[in-house]
Design a protein around this ligand. Structure first.
Ligand SMILES: [Zn+2]
Length: 289
């Protein structure tokens, strides 16, 4: 079975506030074990976490071996003060503070650096991304600093312009990557940027009633169109469902993601071979050197 290249072990798949309360001040080991069992029983033995501000993924790394799981964590994600990202990490205001956070990830045994470069989709309005994206110069500097410290960089980023800037700056993986255009996809292909589109976070919302279905469906169709183009142009794609996010359960999430890929790209050996190959690349890149 494929690994899960984007999960948040601290989240529960249905209620973010409840998850935060559960772990606040003291990591709840039992819930981590429950989620690890959900992976294990489905044969998923690789997990790359997207981080949290409560030390949950750091703790999880310490016990993953007991479950035979190869688990990688950025400890926390890093975002610019006042921009999107506080739900999964820590903030910086100056580049000096950013450097200190990178150093802290290193001290705490993080495997890679996760940065937040834009907001998320507004599920009530297809085409809209919340929050202001980071500037090109900041993106370059953040990626450069992390690379200098020997870390690979996983970037939460949506919107063609910002994704393109991240790819050109040498980011190792683009997470989500909604609302791309052809130029941006060509840059990712050229740069060999791994793309983890987390399709399950959108597709699983269709029909749930929380957001207008016509908007969610429109977002899904745009994502599917970009995925087809990326596949055709040779962007390295990998499976990660953002498990723990709303309606994306741990363990099942990666099966939902695979199903979404097959719906868009068709099933077959070529798809499976590409996914396996890119997961291997991702595993090699996203570890402490
Ligand atoms: Zn995530």
């Amino acid at each position: 079975m494929f690994g899960e290249c984007h999960a948040h072990i601290f989240m529960n798949g249905y209620n973010y506030k409840e998850a935060v309360e559960l772990h606040r001040g003291h990591v709840d080991r039992e819930s981590i074990c429950r989620w690890f069992c959900e992976y294990k029983k489905r044969g998923v033995v690789f997990i790359r976490d997207g981080g949290d501000a409560l030390g949950v993924s750091e703790y999880a790394k310490g016990i993953a071996g007991e479950y035979g799981i190869d688990y990688r964590t950025p400890v926390f994600a890093i975002h610019r003060k006042g921009r999107y990202g506080s739900i999964v990490g820590r903030e910086f205001e100056t580049m000096k503070e950013y450097r200190e956070l990178v150093a802290e990830v290193k001290r705490r045994g993080g495997d890679f650096i996760k940065i937040m470069l834009s907001g998320i989709m507004d599920f009530n309005h297809c085409g809209t991304v919340t929050s202001i994206p980071l500037k090109k110069e900041e993106i370059c500097e953040m990626i450069h600093i992390a690379h200098e410290e020997g870390f690979a960089v996983m970037a939460h980023v949506n919107g063609a312009q910002t994704v393109k800037e991240a790819a050109l700056a040498g980011v190792d993986s683009v997470e989500h990557g909604n609302y791309l255009d052809e130029e941006c996809i060509r840059v990712m292909a050229r740069q060999g940027t791994l793309w983890v589109p987390t399709l399950a976070t959108v597709r699983n919302l269709i029909g749930c009633g929380r957001f207008p279905d016509e908007e969610v469906t429109a977002i899904w169709h745009r994502a599917a169109k970009n995925l087809r183009l990326a596949y055709r142009l040779g962007v390295p794609l990998a499976l990660g469902s953002d498990a723990g996010a709303y309606l994306v359960p741990h363990g099942q999430g990666i099966f939902d993601e695979y199903e979404a890929f097959r719906e868009v790209l068709g099933d077959g050996e070529r798809l499976d071979g590409m996914l396996a190959e890119n997961e291997k690349r991702l595993k090699e890149r996203f570890q402490r050197k």
